[in-house]
Design a protein around this ligand. Structure first.
Ligand SMILES: [Zn+2]
Length: 206
């Protein structure tokens, strides 16, 4: 049973003051992986839609993170890999992973992904030359090395380097400074606020 209190159609967001397009945010590079073939499903899940959108609160957080990054790491920029992911897409992903152990990495649509509220971001870093920074694992790599909770242990085992951890720390510092929170299982995922609160207080995008 869904606990969602209210929902909006993505098609109606353009006219909604609470949501903003990330195309208007300066200082970031956008490469939505589910809009192309470079993702775990191997095909586009986004069709003709441009889902580079966020709730305005999370977008404000992103702008603050951009300012912080520019000040502390002027040679680096954020690479936005996913942002607002409508509930309809979350359901497609969930179904695509049905019966797979990978399904644990995705929020059960019945509960609601924070991406579907426009309050979560997946992102990495790129350098001046447009080269992605090495984080030790790729976006949506389901290896345990992607889990921030195991970083110290994997560094001891030589499976992650001090440089990988340093790169992840740069990403986290900027996002945490701007009010985002990380999660234990994905170095690239950040929520803007407490997930349970967001599910109770925000509209889900369907
Ligand atoms: Zn995510």
């Amino acid at each position: 049973m869904s606990t969602v209190t209210c929902s909006l159609r993505f098609e109606d967001l353009h006219a909604h003051a609470d949501f903003v397009s990330l195309r208007d945010v300066k200082g970031i590079v956008i490469d939505l992986r589910y809009a192309g073939n470079n993702n775990f499903v191997g095909r586009s899940l986004y069709g003709d839609h441009d889902y580079a959108w966020l709730h305005r609160d999370a977008a404000r957080g992103l702008r603050n993170a951009v300012s912080y990054l520019q000040m502390h790491q002027p040679a680096l920029r954020f690479l936005v890999l996913d942002a607002l992911r409508p509930h309809r897409v979350q359901k497609m992903m969930w179904d695509a992973l049905s019966g797979s152990p990978l399904q644990r990495y995705f929020a059960d649509p019945a509960k609601g992904s924070i991406h579907s509220f426009g309050m979560a971001l997946d992102l990495s870093l790129i350098d001046d030359a447009g080269q992605e920074i090495d984080m030790g694992t790729g976006f949506d790599s389901f290896a345990a090395e992607s889990h921030p909770e195991y970083e110290a242990e994997f560094m001891r085992q030589g499976k992650l380097t001090a440089q990988h951890i340093s790169h992840r720390s740069i990403l986290r510092s900027a996002l945490f400074h701007a009010g985002f929170q990380g999660i234990q299982s994905e170095w690239w995922h950040f929520n803007f606020g407490d997930p349970e609160d967001i599910r109770k207080t925000h509209a889900r995008i369907d």
